[in-house]
Design a protein around this ligand. Sequence first.
Ligand SMILES: O=C(O)[C@@H](CO)OP(=O)(O)O
Ligand SMILES: [Mn+2]
Ligand SMILES: [Mn+2]
Length: 548
Amino acid sequence: MELQPHPVIPKKKPVLVCILDGWGENDIKDEYNACHVAKTPTMDKLRDQGSKYYRSVLAHGKAVGLPTNDDMGNSEVGHNALGAGKIIAQGASLVDISLEKGTMFTDPGWNYIKPAFASNTLHLITLLSNGGVHSRYDQLLGVMKGAVKDGCKRMRLHILTDGRDVPDGTCHEYLATLQKDLDDFTKAGCDAKVGSGGGRMSVTMDRYEADWGMVERGYNAHILGEAEHTFTDAATALKTLKTADVSDQYIPAFVIIDEAGAPVGAVQDGDAVVCCNFRADRVVEISKALEYENFDSFNRKRFPKMLYAGMMQYDGDLHLPTNYLVPPPLIERTSGEYFAKNGLRTFACSETQKFGHVTFFWNGNRSGYFDEALETFVQIPSDNCQFNEKPLMKAREITAAGKEAMISGKYDVVRVNYANPDMVGHTGDLAATIAACEECDACLKELLDLVDELGGVFLVTADHGNADDMVQRSKKKECLKDADGKPLPLTSHTLAPVPVAIGGPGLPASVELRDDLPEAGLANITGTYINLMGYLAPDEMEPSLVKW
Ligand SMILES: O=C(O)[C@@H](CO)OP(=O)(O)O
Ligand SMILES: [Mn+2]
Ligand SMILES: [Mn+2]
């Protein structure tokens, strides 16, 4: 894995790689494109340098290993591609293939949970939507059908309402679809019901240990059958809890009870529990709570002897969970591994919400280090709030850490991720998202000014779109409005390509962006920053975007 020196670009100078999370280069440049409306003199200046130093690349669909070009990009696949320099069939695609070929139902993970089918209960914990970022309904249906076919007699669904990868308010439709399928299974001899639930941002799906309380609420509802809110059916639960000021993402935990007041879906010894999300970050914590004998992140009170499996194995270093229905993508020989094996020093930093993105996802879904002596990972604690309340987030702190790392002269590459455009974009709050983009741009200026001062080189990019479109649109791309004429917010990512800008005084004059890779995607960026660091990109990676 030896990296060869670049013939033109020198080594040993500060190299900055900056990810503006959720900053798309959208064709639609109207009042609802927060990246466009925001005052962004830094990004404008980069764009004004023209195509030798600024372009966009694809960040969605097949370019990042997703099943179709209708799939929007997301942080997992985006950072996987940015870190690895390869297009890898991702979780969503692998689950599709496994269902299509039927290997899911013959593989070891299925054989592990199957003994529970005849006389115990199969519990499925799932993000209930078709977002394709963490889960998809057709895949959940595939799992349920397979279980019923293999003799499952009792099934309980623990549903996490979305409103983040799909529009807010759609939770009722997804539940109606699920309920119809559950009724069909019940008629066919499998007693199938919703057991518990809650919004994805209030129960179960915390990430990077930002708020274990979320996971505890999920554990209590799904496993113990305990929550403040109880109902005798799920439709009433959602209708009651989703009030005017509560979005699908934030529906509180609820439990479904029978007429006697007992939970219908508490987990008992011998039951099987499957987490049907394929994406790792937001189910690592619940997986630890369901799998680890020794666990002290909260008091589980009761820890039933269950057969737990994930849709995939979520953490390759921790081998978590031990049992899984579909083998995860093998993301090997990433840039991080190359750097470690070549003695190059990496600094990576973000705030909690994106910390694992620039470390874990970047390194091919590995939570550890390739070489701890060469890698410094800094996490700035995120606020726990809805981020439109604090759209500046921790961008200043990330900037300070990135500057310090560059000034120290200790690192061959300094990598930072700004969470603002994405995390605030997910709230659907246009004004706050504009503020988020402006903050990001101002912080980027500070980093680029320092690169200038230090004679370094930079690469600025993003992992997928989000802030670049804040409203739902008709086929003709017109903004959709509600009955009162208010724009319907778009809380999800977009299909937009993302910017790539290079520059800095350390860049030799002959180096510029190639003009012959119109279909380039995020995976082409890896070879690009390896070049900027003064090395030739390995042949196994997608071609670099620069010529010299
Ligand atoms: O918040 C998340 O989990 C996803 C959206 O589902 O966003 P991102 O891919 O940017 O992390
Ligand atoms: Mn992202
Ligand atoms: Mn996002």
